[in-house]
Design a protein around this ligand. Structure first.
Ligand code: ATP
Ligand code: ZN
Length: 285
């Protein structure tokens, strides 16, 4: 039987969430993450556990069909891979940082400077776009200590909270790229594999939508219903059910997380009571 081969990170920041996503898609694996290869028990996939840096090459060589990895690694390592879906986890940014004592005067500050990074290709693109000539010094790890030991005048690296920069006496001066985990694929997929992929993508979308939305139940006096309905975004229109108590109704709706608290505040102000917020498991539209 044909199986779609999915490469995921063996151990690191992406591993657990990649496995969780597959599991939320109802894909159960036979033999954990301790082996190199695991099979789907109830879905035609095989999972290859690799270092994230190796995933693009495995897909380009056709050993794996798709993979889950940081967009930053995709951009650095490959030009051939296509992003099939953004996955909404492992968010980080890639930034340029310089010693805190220095005055930053804009991108031109970097002219002629030596910049340490593990991502020379993305950095070179950024410098070219801004017409800056600088000396890129590639190192594999501990990029953030390069300025303090006199190896470089600036760095280009992944930032998530900024605390590593701070403790190394650096400040972030340019955000070059915003990254998150993505599902990527190569160019030559057979019809059968494409069908498995489409089925998996359908499930992934349902899982991701559910993660970013909440089901909300509330009670409202009937005279405030129009106002409350106008505040709710909802998939179509909210469900309104009369309560046993005369003059009151229950309203059910779905709210996205980006404006969630904002909308909750407005609902309370409009007379909503007994608000219940419930996580959604899957959302198929
Ligand atoms: P491997 O051993 O597989 O090569 P790694 O050390 O290169 O792992 P991780 O540190 O596990 O990689 O990070 C994997 C990805 O997680 C990064 O490429 C990036 O897309 C994302 N990420 C999110 N937040 C951070 C962060 N704070 N630091 C590093 N990577 C982050
Ligand atoms: Zn890596």
């Amino acid at each position: 039987m044909v199986k779609l081969r999915i490469a995921i990170q063996k151990s690191g920041r992406l591993s657990e969430k990649s496995l969780q996503l597959l599991s939320d898609c109802g894909i159960n694996l036979s033999n954990g993450s301790r082996t190199l290869l695991a099979a789907g028990k109830n879905f035609p996939v095989e999972i290859l556990f690799l270092r994230d840096d190796d995933i693009p090459g495995y897909i380009e060589d056709g050993v794996a069909d798709v993979g889950i990895l940081g967009e930053n690694v995709v951009l650095e390592k490959s030009t051939e891979l296509k992003i099939l879906s953004r996955l909404n986890f492992a968010r980080c940014r890639m930034s340029i940082a310089i010693p805190r004592s220095e005055e930053y005067t804009g991108p031109q500050y970097l002219k002629g400077k030596r910049i340490a990074t593990s991502y020379p290709k993305i950095l070179q693109n950024y410098l070219d776009q801004n017409n800056i000539k600088a000396d890129i010094h590639e190192i594999l790890g501990s990029v953030e200590i390069a300025p303090s030991i006199g190896l470089a005048g600036a760095i280009f690296d992944i930032v998530s909270t900024g605390s590593t920069l701070l403790s190394n006496g650096l400040k972030e001066v340019e955000i070059v790229l915003k990254s998150e985990a993505v599902l990527v694929g190569g160019n030559n997929m057979t019809e059968e594999k494409q069908q498995i992929l489409d089925k998996m993508l359908f499930r992934m979308n349902a899982v991701m939508k559910a993660r970013t939305n909440r089901y909300v139940l509330l009670n409202a006096p009937n005279e405030n219903l129009d106002k409350i309905v106008s505040i709710l975004p909802g998939m179509k229109s909210p469900t309104i059910v009369p309560l046993a108590e005369e003059g009151w109704s229950a309203v059910h709706s779905v709210i996205g997380e980006e404006r969630f608290w904002d909308i909750i505040d407005q609902l309370k102000e409009a007379g909503a009571q007994g608000l219940l917020v419930i996580p959604i498991e899957k959302m198929v539209l």
